[in-house]
Design a protein around this ligand. Structure first.
Ligand code: KIV
Ligand code: NA
Length: 264
């Protein structure tokens, strides 16, 4: 039996080989991703990527659980981290625990992730002390888009650094095993990575971080638009379009189904 990578094993990677991670929302892509990734995030970006939502705010517990279950079923080795959706943890540590426990029970994932620094420290501590490994997420936090006034790169103004550093430190001190650092300028990402003892997982946060994460569909070339920080490694969009076009042409010309696809 293949043993899954654990949250403490991810934490212990600080200062060693970079941590590789991607998002995945379904069983078959997760099985491919885990051949090369240390952990897989079932991110609430699935609201936009899979369900055509405008932002992540409309994502429900049920949606996270359904996709979390699919990814856990499709994998054997990677640590599976499931995002806590907007509204499921901010109110109180108790509400957060109830929802995080539900996610862990129903999906059998190995950890949850939630957004926020100093404001969420008490909640992160409450969960970790009760058996739930927590991954933090600071810098650009998409669930706060309406407060931030859109998706804005953080730390461009050095006056904002103390608060952003305090957020990352609060997450570390509260007991998180790792923390996503999203959309921050390189020198700040380097400083935060140096100053905290848990791995930083960067997205739009430079190679100074201890690991990297991208949204799978973005790096595969399936998204119409991607931010500057995404490198597109595949071209699945054009490949799918090409296959669908060939199929449509062959249905119309009655070349499909052909000899090989017919029961005689
Ligand atoms: O939801 C998501 O995909 C994320 C990351 C990309 C970090 O939170
Ligand atoms: Na997310």
């Amino acid at each position: 039996k293949i043993r899954r990578i654990t949250a403490p094993e991810i934490a212990a990677r600080k200062g060693k080989e970079p941590i590789v991670s991607l998002t995945s929302y379904h069983a078959h892509t997760a099985a491919i991703v885990e051949q090369h990734a240390d952990f897989i995030l079932v991110g609430d970006s699935l609201g936009m990527v899979m369900h055509g939502m405008e932002n992540t705010l409309g994502v429900s517990m049920e949606l996270m659980i359904v996709h979390g279950q699919a990814v856990v079923r499709g994998t054997k080795r990677a640590l599976i981290v499931v995002d806590m959706p907007f509204g499921s943890y901010e109110e109180s540590p108790e509400v957060a625990f109830r929802n995080a426990a539900r996610i862990m029970k129903e999906t059998q994932c190995g950890a949850v992730k939630l957004e926020g620094g100093q404001s969420m420290a008490e909640t992160i501590r409450f969960l970790t002390e009760r058996g739930i490994p927590v991954m933090g997420h600071t810098g650009l936090t998409p669930q706060s888009t309406h407060v931030m006034g859109g998706f804005k790169t953080q730390g461009r103004d050095e006056d904002t650094w103390p608060d952003l550093i305090a957020d990352a430190k609060a997450v570390e001190e509260a007991g998180a095993f790792a923390s996503v650092l999203e959309g921050v300028v390189e020198p700040l990402a380097r400083k935060i990575t140096e100053e905290i003892s848990i791995p930083t997982i960067g997205i739009g946060a430079s190679a100074a971080c201890d690991g990297q994460i991208l949204v799978l569909e973005d790096m595969l070339g399936l998204s119409d638009w991607v931010p500057k920080f995404v490198k597109v490694y595949g071209s699945l969009g054009p490949m799918i379009e090409e296959a669908v076009r060939s199929y449509a042409d062959e249905v119309k010309s009655r070349d499909f189904p052909g000899e090989d696809q017919v029961y005689r």
